[in-house]
Design a protein around this ligand. Structure first.
Ligand code: PMV
Length: 325
């Protein structure tokens, strides 16, 4: 009745921002991501008939704030397995939590895989991906490695899973993460998406222009066309942040160093370096690099005022079971 799983965060190149059905967490926009290798979440789940409630710790500390979402996720698995027991969940991240580094993606992918195994449920990757999506849309993608697509749901019955496009070895891009803040974000993605859909004059245009961006990005990935992937990825990212800024009150996830990094990356590209940027609901900058460019990009970002730390990662695999420590 116990298992440990490891999952890695993913970085969306085409962004999911908006829910077709908030209750079932169905994405209104399709997204395409790369799963990382160097950053990870490891989660141990142990069901125990003597417990009277679930218990959750993150990096060795009881986490009362995170417990609700963890329990809701476990409830879905308990119902499937018809097992009423509570569980101890111990999770560990080797990177900052809740600051736009997709800790919910790796966190829920690892939780679902560990809990399913502990309960003896034989779920295939699409089933794990659907369950992970119920807790965090981006977590659906961390079930798979390499390049991953999560389509938009077309109706409230469309219980979409993510699907793998290319594995992590097929096109070995690398990602440099520039950490520009170590605090947790103020407005979480669920609240941010709700506010944007309710108040932005641009929301419908955002949703309707996502399909063409997604097919363009998919084509660029399948043909390993870095230039094409650069232009569609930066467009999707800046369009999402433009949309966020246009909410009421506007959502500003950037800080000064975020902007400095964007300029630095574009300057490197003008000089011929294979790199583009992307940003999520937080101030960290992710630079996607052709393998030969990674060192130069990493040095340039480390040298940018306001950057606290730089992490470099290859592309990695999907969620997998790990040794219980
Ligand atoms: O699924 P969530 O709640 O982690 O939201 C993800 C939102 C973005 O990171 C901004 C975009 C994305 O597709 O990952």
């Amino acid at each position: 009745m116990q298992a440990t799983a490891q999952a890695q965060p993913n970085v969306a190149l085409i962004k999911y921002w908006g829910k077709l059905d908030p209750a079932r967490n169905l994405p209104a926009t399709g997204s395409l991501s790369v799963t990382l290798d160097a950053l990870w979440t490891r989660t141990r789940v142990a069901f125990d008939p003597t417990l009277t409630t679930d218990r959750f710790s993150l990096n060795g500390r009881e986490d009362a704030d995170g417990l609700g979402r963890v329990s809701q996720c476990l409830d879905r698995l308990r119902r499937l397995a018809d097992v009423p027991q509570y569980a101890v969940v111990e999770s560990c991240n080797n990177f900052p939590t809740g600051a736009g580094l997709a800790s919910s993606a790796s966190g829920f992918a690892a939780l679902v895989a560990a809990a399913a195994h502990a309960l003896g449920l034989a779920l295939d990757p699409p089933a794990l991906s659907r369950l992970a999506r119920r807790s965090s849309g981006s977590a659906a993608r961390s079930v798979f490695g390499g390049f991953v697509l999560l389509p938009a749901a077309v109706s409230p019955e469309d219980d979409v899973p993510a699907e793998p496009l290319l594995d992590e070895h097929a096109w070995p891009l690398e990602v440099v993460v520039a950490v520009t803040a170590q605090t947790s974000k103020t407005i979480g993605s669920t609240e941010g998406m709700r506010r944007t859909a309710d108040t932005s004059a641009f929301y419908e245009a955002w949703v309707s222009s996502n399909g063409p961006d997604l097919s363009e990005a998919r084509g660029a990935v399948m043909s390993r066309d870095f230039e094409a992937l650069t232009s569609v990825s930066e467009r999707s990212c800046l369009k999402m942040h433009g949309l966020m800024l246009s909410a009421d009150p506007g959502l500003v996830y950037w800080n000064g160093a975020t902007v400095e990094c964007i300029h630095r990356i574009r300057e490197l590209r003008r000089r011929g370096t294979g790199v583009f940027f992307t940003l999520d609901a937080g101030p960290q900058v992710k630079a996607v690099c052709l393998p030969g460019s990674t060192e130069e990009v990493s040095r340039a970002l480390a040298d940018t005022p306001g950057v606290m730390d730089v992490m470099v990662s290859r592309l990695g695999r999907g969620v997998h079971l790990a040794e219980t420590p």
